[in-house]
Write a new protein. Structure first.
Length: 94
């Protein structure tokens, strides 16, 4: 009896790089959040977003609105994700 095993395909591009416009206007779409939260680059994405001025949209599974208190809360969530992954060089969020 012969048994063959096919390894799972290696994902070279993250879903957000394949269709970035979908994430920019993603809002609170649960499907996009699930894809983001399962991405191996999530922690680095959170760190990069903190250093990108004017970031908005769905980033690292967190919806970042254009303005308001919810924006500050979302940026703090991103800061927490980046810190959890060991990225300590983060800007101060007022």
């Amino acid at each position: 009896m012969n048994v063959t095993w096919d390894p799972p395909p290696i994902q070279t591009a993250t879903p957000c790089t394949a269709d970035p416009d979908r994430w920019a206007g993603g809002g609170n779409d649960p499907t996009l959040k699930a894809l983001c939260r399962g991405c191996p680059r999530r922690w680095l994405c959170a760190k990069d977003a903190l250093h990108t001025p004017g970031i908005e949209g769905l980033v690292a599974g967190v919806h970042v609105p254009k303005e308001g208190r919810t924006r500050t809360f979302a940026l703090r969530q991103l800061q927490s994700l980046a810190a959890y992954a060991g990225y300590a060089d983060q800007p101060v969020i007022p």
